[in-house]
Design a protein around this ligand. Sequence first.
Ligand SMILES: *Cc1c(COP(=O)(O)O)cnc(C)c1O
Length: 459
Amino acid sequence: MPRTADHKILLAESEMPTRWYNVLHDLPTPPPPVLHPGTGQPVGPEDLAPLFPMDLILQEVSQDQYVEIPGEVLDVYRLWRPSPLFRAHRLEKALGTPARIYYKYEGVSPAGSHKPNTAVPQAFYNKQAGISKLTTETGAGQWGTALAFACSQYDLECEVWQVRASYDQKPYRRIMIETFGGVVHPSPSDLTEAGRSILAQDPNSTGSLGIAISEAVEVAAQRGDTNYALGSVLNHVLLHQTVIGEEALLQLAMVGETPDLLVGCTGGGSNFGGLAFPFLREKWAGRMSPVVRAVEPSSCPSLTQGTYAYDFGDTLGMTPLMKMHTLGHDFIPDPIHAGGLRYHGMSPLISHLYETGEIEAIAKKQSECFAAGVLFARTEGIIPAPEPTHALAAAIEEAHRCTETGEEKVILTALCGHGHLDLAAYDAYLRGEITDHSWDDADLQAAVAAALTRLPSLA
Ligand SMILES: *Cc1c(COP(=O)(O)O)cnc(C)c1O
């Protein structure tokens, strides 16, 4: 029964969800605890207190099914939320597919991505706790931009360590961060022990997210008035991002649709989790049965080729140990254009769901992703960020399968950011200068195994 949803499906401001959904409440089995690297024991709130405010620490371990979104956060969300859900009529037509493709567009936010959904509440709870400055890391700059914007809303200082390669090659997001009032340092920097130790080994290091995290954590841990904010991976980040999926559920209901397939790109897992978790809740309650598929770059394949093990979240080993799919904490991925997907680990929640068979994962090469991004731009009129082109490539792959089988599947994805500051990547693609990279599995397994032997032994 074909339906004809309008191109744009909008919620009224008054229909915006007022609570985040906590997937921990409904998980069929609980995920393994986060461990203290010194003692090998589960970390307690006091271990995290030097870095995070208590409200966020409690959200990190909360078992409540829902968390109310504070009014002061909803007020800022209203600058761009509810975000639109689109039916990709023109893409479907170009593909000649019977599938119906929907995308939830998060590029309408101040940073042009989903990241302000968590940056805003993180800044809010820190302000409430009397903190005056937040430090963080950023790769291509999306997270730094989001946090600088959020800090500007609550009158907090914001100090950002940006991966050197991006700092040099992509000045525009640095300028956005500075415009929102943030201060940016290239990482590795000589401002921290962590940065100096990397520079001593390699003065020309182009950096990595793991190194930049070490620098930002070091500064926050040393100062009472300064905390640290992470843009992905942690439970509370994925919690905040569920506003995406809650809105999408309401929007699909408005046009009488239930999804057969959810696809999302995964770097640390936050936009994917944010979209998928409310739908998983519905699935576990027996109200729908979508397949949920994560898509990662073949050059940084933490789910499809990584090991499920305890590892550090950063390169220097300053964070607690998290059980996650990892490529090893000292993994430095190929400099692909999807900067937001170049992280060695995967959110413990997403890793656990993958391990327990609740979600699937596939890896895609860059050239296929850019081809999908260009087709999407030419049909739907939005130039996607390189990260969500991975999800689009997977959505298109499924739509082609539907063409062969005649199935009218409903496919939902998060178009988690626009690519207006990634045009150099599109330029490279259009000139035929994109190279594909994937790992020989044996080489990668050996490297991961070696990295994991450098961990403290766990009792
Ligand atoms: C940061 C970012 C990502 C990767 O982070 P997740 O936590 O996996 O969502 C993906 N897409 C965009 C546009 C980003 O800014």
